[in-house]
Design a protein around this ligand. Structure first.
Ligand code: BYC
Length: 326
């Protein structure tokens, strides 16, 4: 389910009924939403299950780096905002798991795939949050990158995923603004706060660019996902938009983007930027990120600690069903 081999179009054509496939492709080309009970090629189902479940896992694992800071937020206002944001991420995970379940894989199977290391989640959450300024940098850059990627997903071809994205994007927009507002307070604060803000930008900049995935030329899924309108823009297109917006935002904060090769390119109407360390990206994807082990240990522990709640909910449901049947 989590590999991409089946999404190669030649293979798809070989195993699917050509008439059904042609009708499906015509619907996608006409920008119709595909719904759970509609016929779809097996590879479309697999690609979506992979992408939506990876997205759901990212939301849930993404609660950890910020959750660390709830008790240490410097004021009641900041604490309330951060608490609300982390709760939103849990909600995003839930909508996304529900959307993925409509494709026929159970929540338990998806969680098991995450815990066993079979399923991926965003590389960004394998980096540590060392200072309070990191909470600002995550909101500004990580949620900023997430919105850039998710706004086009509101028009993805699978209905339940597209609809989940509408609400997620509204909330992410609030998250991005609270992060930028926090960075503004730090960047206009004491020299020590300004240093913390710059240090956070230095550490989160490159991992944020990696969130968009490998370059298009090395992305095994992009071509097919663009054809099926699962993805509406490619990894490199979205990364470029993110760089162009974020450089201006950094300038406004009086901070310096940590890239000696960053130059405005008049001809393309965007910034040229330095080479991303793809070795680091692939190492983090493989589970070698700085805090990858801690993240997975925390998720497994949370799953075990929550077992009694799941058991109680199932028992309650069974009792209600028995009462109804009696
Ligand atoms: N990290 O062919 P490609 C959030 C994998 S949560 C890890 O380009 P695709 C937030 C990829 O899965 C936001 N793995 O793949 C939450 C593929 O794996 P396979 C999370 C990555 O799917 C809490 C392989 O590399 N957003 O913002 O066409 C607090 C080849 O890549 C990454 C989403 O999940 C990565 N960065 O495109 C705060 C958005 N990049 O096939 C914030 C939804 C690539 O080898 N997902 N891989 O198993 C997508 O839009 C697409 O899946 C991607 C990748 C653009 C990420």
């Amino acid at each position: 389910m989590y590999t991409t081999e089946l999404s190669k179009s030649a293979e798809v054509r070989a195993i699917e009924d050509p008439e059904l496939l042609a009708a499906f492709e015509a619907r996608v080309a006409a920008d119709e939403f595909i719904e759970p009970k509609d016929w779809m090629p097996e590879a479309y189902r697999r690609t979506l299950t992979r992408q939506i479940s990876q997205h759901a896992h990212s939301e849930i694992v993404g609660m950890l780096p910020e959750g660390n800071w709830i008790t240490r937020a410097p004021s009641l206002r900041r604490k309330a905002i951060l608490l609300a944001k982390v709760q939103d991420e849990a909600g995003h995970g839930l909508y996304l798991y529900c959307a993925a379940e409509t494709l026929g894989t159970s929540r338990e199977e998806m969680i098991e795939a995450l815990h066993s290391g079979k399923a991926k989640y965003s590389t960004i959450f394998n980096y540590p949050t060392l200072t309070w300024a990191d909470i600002g940098a995550i909101g500004w850059l990580v949620d900023g990158a997430a919105i850039m990627n998710q706004v086009p997903l509101q028009r993805t071809s699978y209905g339940p995923y597209a609809r989940a994205m509408v609400r997620v994007c509204k909330e992410e927009s609030f998250h991005q603004r609270q992060g930028y507002e926090l960075m503004m307070a730090m960047a206009n604060g004491t020299p020590e706060q300004q240093r913390m803000a710059q240090d956070a930008l230095d550490r989160w900049w490159w991992p944020s660019l990696m969130m968009f995935g490998p370059p298009d030329a090395d992305s095994p899924n992009t071509a097919q996902s663009m054809r099926w309108r699962i993805k509406r823009e490619t990894n490199d297109e979205l990364r470029q938009k993110f760089v162009d917006i974020s450089v201006l935002q950094a300038e406004y904060l009086g901070l310096k983007v940590p890239d000696a090769d960053l130059r405005w390119n008049e001809a393309k109407g965007g910034y040229d930027y330095g080479e991303i360390d793809w070795d680091e990206f692939y190492a983090v994807v493989k589970g070698e990120g700085p805090v990858a082990r801690e993240r997975m240990a925390a998720r497994r522990q949370a799953w075990e600690d929550g077992a009694w709640v799941r058991e109680a909910a199932s028992a309650h449901q069974a009792k209600r069903a028995a009462r109804k049947a009696a």
